[in-house]
Ligand binder design. Structure first.
Ligand SMILES: C[S@@+](CC[C@H](N)C(=O)[O-])C[C@H]1O[C@@H](n2cnc3c(N)ncnc32)[C@H](O)[C@@H]1O
Length: 484
């Protein structure tokens, strides 16, 4: 990959941004494309303009006249060909790779990956070394990732390099690794095209970074659990047993984290008959000594799981579908698998005497990006660890709202709920003491003083109230209702 080719290309596509593509396509064709339908897009890009030609080439995967492609790239035409983005066949040109505008609130980026499969209902089984573009899972990890300014960050299993783009915004140095040499090549091109210096390395899991430590590790690993004798797609399956890729990352992260460092992963885990999934995860996490917050977002039954991933591989209507589906379910049964869990794992190297480990189901809607809530969790766990919760002053978090329910016209509500509106949006039913306590937490009085005042007001024993509500205060701090 020559630097001048990349530079020419960057200049040529400077205006090929997410907003520009959306502007040309309009809402309807944009939404249709999100459903993998290109017809509405083709209807609004027939004007032969530069942007329309680029959209037809990459987003719509349509054949365009060579002359139009050449003029759309201008001086970067030869670069686009030599970098493998487009190929020419007589008077026609077509995309060989996807060049996908992408961005966040403050950046316009491009991502280079393999062409999106399944447009217009075409089901093409994927190549084993297929390099995935930006998926729902990529966005989910990008939103989950904590974003403090850090020194070194690792994007493990980089694929097209999307997480490295995000990490580069708040890390002095980014290393990205992948076991698929095609991914290493495309992630390098993605980084170069965006003018970013990402150190992209080839190899499995932590092998390419042996002996190195990071302040932040973000990974969306290939966590699909499938029978070992089937075809494997490297972007979603490893040669490891079952969910062992997740176990390996969790158990090896400690040795690659700096003090205070974070490791966050999207993950799937097996629910085994006779073993609560929380215990299985705890058996991986607890020996590491890391703080952990595991959130199971979804429990998927086995037929649904097999169907979803067979369809993902473009095999829903392929010959042998029934046999593959049946084999997958038989293998699950042989393994004693009951269901599959999917969720988020956040690990932090806090080096506490007693690590703070939360493993829980959390299927309610969250407010994205949730990363900020996970970052704040570090402060909360530090506050809990410091102890003496009743001797300290707390403030009600600014995103807490209250909802009351009760018979119409009643003087007092029958039910009071408080909810945070940000992050994981926890909610809890509270009694009148808790509600009064929360509303009095403005940082002036200690929690103990507020409880004592409430005891006096309600004519109750202050020691009893402190005893009963001490653990409640801990829960309120743990869930971010109260901030130090
Ligand atoms: C689900 S994709 C994630 C890609 C990208 N990071 C994202 O967030 O969209 C998983 C990536 O892990 C890579 N991979 C598979 N096995 C691996 C291994 N043993 N070590 C490192 N990377 C691996 C795949 O090639 C693929 O690029």
């Amino acid at each position: 990959m020559s630097g001048s080719d990349v530079g020419l290309l960057r200049e040529a596509i400077a205006d090929f941004t997410v907003d520009a593509v959306h502007g040309v396509l309009g809402d309807e064709a944009w939404r249709a494309l999100a459903r993998s339908e290109t017809v509405p897009g083709l209807r609004v890009t027939a004007d032969g303009s530069r942007l329309s030609t680029l959209i037809r080439l990459f987003q719509l995967q349509s054949v365009v006249p060579r002359e139009s492609a050449e003029s759309a790239f201008g001086p970067a035409w030869e670069a686009a060909r030599s970098l493998g983005l487009v190929e020419v066949d007589g008077d026609d040109a077509r995309a060989r790779l996807d060049l996908r505008p992408y961005g966040d609130e403050s950046h316009d980026w491009w991502v280079v990956c393999d062409l999106t499969p399944g447009l217009d209902g075409r089901e093409n089984p994927r190549d084993p070394l297929y390099v995935l573009g930006i998926s729902e899972a990529s966005s989910s990890l990008a939103q989950l990732t904590v974003r403090p300014e850090v020194g070194r960050a690792l994007d493990l299993g980089t694929g097209c390099g999307v997480q490295a783009l995000h990490l580069a915004g708040h890390s002095r140095e980014v290393v990205a690794t992948d076991v698929n040499p095609r991914a290493v090549q495309l992630a390098s091109l993605t980084a170069a095209l965006n003018g970013l210096d990402v150190d992209v390395r080839d190899g499995s899991l932590f092998e390419p970074v042996a002996g190195e430590r990071f302040d932040l590790i973000a990974t969306n690993p290939p966590f699909v659990v499938s029978p070992p004798d089937g075809d494997r797609l490297v972007y979603r399956e490893t040669g490891f047993d079952g969910d062992d890729v997740v176990r390996r990352i969790v158990t090896q992260a400690h040795d690659h984290l700096t003090d205070g460092g974070w490791c966050q992963l999207l993950a799937a885990w097996i629910h085994r008959e006779g073993e609560p999934w929380q215990e299985r995860l705890a058996s991986w996490i607890e020996p590491t000594g890391l703080d952990a917050w595991v959130v199971q977002r979804e429990r998927v039954d086995l037929p649904e799981y097999a169907e979803m991933w067979l369809a993902d591989a473009g095999l829903r209507h392929a010959p042998g579908h029934v046999e593959r589906y049946d084999r997958w379910l038989s293998w699950f049964a042989e393994q004693g698998t009951e269901a599959m869990g999917f969720g988020w794992i956040t690990l932090r190297k806090a080096e506490r005497a007693v690590p703070q480990v939360r493993i829980e189901e959390w299927t309610t809607p969250v407010a994205q990006p949730v990363g900020a809530d996970f970052l704040a969790w570090a402060g909360r766990t530090d506050a809990l660890d410091a102890g003496d919760l009743l001797g300290r002053c707390w403030r009600l978090a600014s995103d807490v709202v209250q909802e009351t329910l009760g018979p119409v016209g009643a003087a007092d509500p029958a039910v009071i709920r408080v909810q945070r509106t940000e992050g994981l949006r926890p909610s809890r039913q509270v009694d009148t003491v808790e509600a009064g306590f929360l509303s009095a937490c403005d940082g002036d009085l200690t929690a103990g003083q507020i409880l004592d005042a409430l005891a006096q007001l309600l004519d109750q024993d202050p020691a009893l109230l402190r005893g009963r509500y001490g653990p409640v205060v801990a829960d309120l701090v743990a869930d971010g209702f109260l901030v130090p």
